[in-house]
Design a protein around this ligand. Sequence first.
Ligand SMILES: NC(=O)c1ccc[n+]([C@@H]2O[C@H](COP(=O)([O-])OP(=O)(O)OC[C@H]3O[C@@H](n4cnc5c(N)ncnc54)[C@H](OP(=O)(O)O)[C@@H]3O)[C@@H](O)[C@H]2O)c1
Length: 277
Amino acid sequence: MTTVPDITLNDGATIPQLGFGVFQIKPEDTARAVLEAFEVGYRHIDTAQMYGNEREVGQAIAESGLPREELFITSKLNNDSHDPAAAREATARSVDALGGPMDLYLVHWPMPAVGDYVQTWHAMEAARDAGQTRSIGVSNFQIPHLERLLAESETVPAVNQIEVHPYLRQDAVRAFNREHGIATQAWSPISQGDVLDDPELLALAGETGRTVAQVVLRWHIQRGDIVFPKSTSPARMAENFDIFDFALTDAQVARVDACNIDRRRGPDPDEMNWIPG
Ligand SMILES: NC(=O)c1ccc[n+]([C@@H]2O[C@H](COP(=O)([O-])OP(=O)(O)OC[C@H]3O[C@@H](n4cnc5c(N)ncnc54)[C@H](OP(=O)(O)O)[C@@H]3O)[C@@H](O)[C@H]2O)c1
């Protein structure tokens, strides 16, 4: 079976570089999708309180019969739970839904207009110290948000999970992450399908004998980022997993780099202030 490389985080934990994301998978479809992903070979699952499907991820973990230590499970603190007391309750609910402690727990969005993400970060440190998660990190943090965390807390986030794909290369945030030992996780790695009919990427797919999704996922892997494409189709789950028996040349990587148009698919983190109702 394909071996997915591990990335070592700044706290010594290791994470499989390729995982499976469950955003926008309906709760009733999630356990089946995660079990199918395990069947393909995925061992790293990315969920969130916001996705409403943690319990079904937990159900799949239990039903799979796989040893828990062979799995890597990430969840994220929701935007309505940034207050430390609310964070404590939300974290306990996640641990219960997932059937045990998380491997990685992220602040989903900084929400700079709404609250104080440094206080929220201290609640994440407390969750780690209480054994509710092995590692803690952030998501959608821009450089000024990271600078504040680094200045005002003891823990450097293990990861920063941000939107990255060929149309949004994110050079500045990725460089900041790298300089501070923060691993970059690239969400929406194929821009939810937006990049799949790009002419340059189609040309690269033709040259390599691979699909556009495989070329793009391979580009992320060679740049060192952690990815977890979502799919509800077992065939596409397998396609997205099958990226470790070829490599892009430096010139081909540069051609994917050149597709950048700084276009977000998701919200701008500086403006995101949505709280679930
Ligand atoms: N931290 C955050 O704020 C944040 C935000 C967004 C996402 N995420 C995480 O990142 C994960 C991935 O991002 P995403 O779900 O937004 O988008 P994505 O993985 O870039 O794209 C998923 C879309 O592409 C399709 N697809 C997948 N593989 C394909 C293939 N090989 N060929 C053609 N189409 C394919 C899927 O359709 P089918 O299902 O029909 O295959 C789905 O519509 C999420 O599941 C979530 O875990 C995090």
